[in-house]
Design a protein around this ligand. Structure first.
Ligand code: S3P
Length: 426
């Protein structure tokens, strides 16, 4: 597909609903008592995989556009599925579901697509095994398909070896079904939507910085949830607005949970003009106004990494337009995302004239570089596809993208939304 070109971006946009919160709203709805209604649910492939998995587990879920109703009967209401559960491309669906299945007294099997079936699962299986689940990957590989026989679980104290909200969340879901108190000690603070939603659904959880304590056998009750806009989707337009000349964009009601806003901190440090207005405290959302800015290189490393892990490819693109050398480190987790995002970000942007080196745990981006046309691929990774489309806005020549449909994983209307904002000089 030939990617869109633009001289500048002007206007307002409502980005799609948050993917992490949409997944969790179905899961919490399924294990709570009563009806959960989710407003502004993300109807993209990943979250639809979560709906399918929980329907296959016997939960009544109805969707009318972006409003989803889940009728929960607690964890005991889940039934043994008749077929293998399919998480598609979604790591969140697979890993978090394992935390729930760990307490279900039946055997089930869950797998995903070609990309997901290559992603590491031992990180979730190991703590769930310690809690008492019988759980194994295919041929002892630690890779999906995963077979899990759940049952009575015991609480654990777990020091997380990697910073991962998916692993933390799987343990929290399992911990909710134990008879005692589970302690999780995080390596670095990762997104906390699961912790927040436990409280939202009527449970209690104690969080002191990186130490989380939760007791099991709590009664969760169905809720009305309104999902804010996804900052990870907004990220593409935030960077586009900063690096394209004479641009000004307002992104409406974007989620600004502090465990997700690392990208704003980094882009502001780079000199980006980003301002917040219309704060909605209840839904942790705000309008973000972005305008063209002269960017300078920074170092991105340490504790901030989990707060912007999904945004690193688009931050790397911003760095190609910044003055100086941007060093991204402590980000080895990028290698086990939908693709190896260290390699793919560098190889695809370099095809367009960027000067990026890969390291063991990150990227070195030499800026500024003028980007040119060429042929690139999303490699089936939604965030790489969208990042490359933003890169293409800067080039005079055409950029062709292989596998553009990857964007459907998180943002099916991405190209249409971009087309609404683009302006060509007459
Ligand atoms: C997510 C956690 C992150 C992130 C993913 C969504 C979540 O993964 O990359 O896109 O919703 O919990 P890890 O937990 O593997 O870091």
């Amino acid at each position: 597909m030939k990617l869109l070109q633009a001289d500048r971006l002007i206007g307002e946009l409502m980005v799609p609903p948050d993917k992490s919160i949409s997944h969790r709203s179905i899961m919490f709805g399924a294990i709570s008592q009563g009806t959960t209604t989710v407003h502004n649910f993300l109807t993209a492939e990943d979250c639809l995989s979560t709906i399918d998995v929980f329907k296959a587990l016997g939960v009544t879920i109805q969707r009318k556009g972006s409003v989803v109703t889940v009728i929960g009967s607690g964890i005991d209401g889940l039934e043994q599925p008749h077929q293998e559960l399919n998480a598609g491309n979604s790591g969140t669906t697979l890993r978090l579901s394992l935390g729930i299945l760990a307490a279900c007294g039946f055997t089930s099997k869950i797998a995903g697509d070609h990309s997901l079936n290559k992603r590491p699962m031992e990180r979730v299986m190991s703590p769930l095994r310690q809690m008492g689940a019988n759980i194994n990957g295919e041929n002892q590989t630690g890779l999906p398909p995963i077979t899990i026989t759940g049952g009575k679980l015991k609480p654990i104290e777990y020091i997380m070896p990697v910073a991962s909200a998916q692993v933390k969340s799987a343990i929290l879901f399992a911990a909710l079904q134990t008879d005692g108190e589970t302690t999780i000690i995080e390596k670095e603070k990762s997104r906390n939507h699961t912790e927040e939603m436990i409280e939202q659904f009527g449970g209690t959880i104690k969080v002191q910085d990186k130490v989380i304590k939760i007791t099991g056998k709590q009664k969760l009750v169905g809720q009305e949830i309104t999902v804010p806009g996804d900052i990870s989707s907004a990220a593409f337009f935030i960077v586009a607005g900063l690096i394209l000349n004479n641009s000004q964009i307002t992104l409406k009601q974007v989620g600004i949970n502090p465990t997700r806003t690392g990208i704003i901190d980094v882009l502001k440090q780079m000199g980006g003009s980003i301002t917040f207005s219309q704060m909605d405290k209840k839904n942790q959302a705000a309008d973000l106004k972005v305008s063209t800015s002269k960017l300078k290189a920074v170092q991105v490393k340490g504790e901030i990494i989990p707060r912007l892990i999904d945004e690193l490819p688009i931050i790397a693109l911003a760095a190609t337009q910044a003055e100086g050398t941007t060093v991204i480190s402590d980000a080895a987790e990028l290698k086990v995302k939908e693709t190896n995002r260290i390699d793919v970000t560098a190889s695809e942007l370099n095809k367009l004239g960027a000067n990026i080196e890969t390291t063991e745990d990150g990227l070195i981006v030499y800026g500024p570089t003028k980007l040119h046309g060429g042929k690139v691929s999303s490699h089936g990774d939604h965030r790489i596809g969208m990042m490359l489309q933003i890169a293409a806005l800067l080039t005079e020549e055409v950029v062709e993208l292989e596998n553009p449909e990857a964007i459907n994983i998180s943002y099916p209307t991405f190209f249409d939304d971009l087309a609404e904002l683009k302006e060509e000089e007459q």
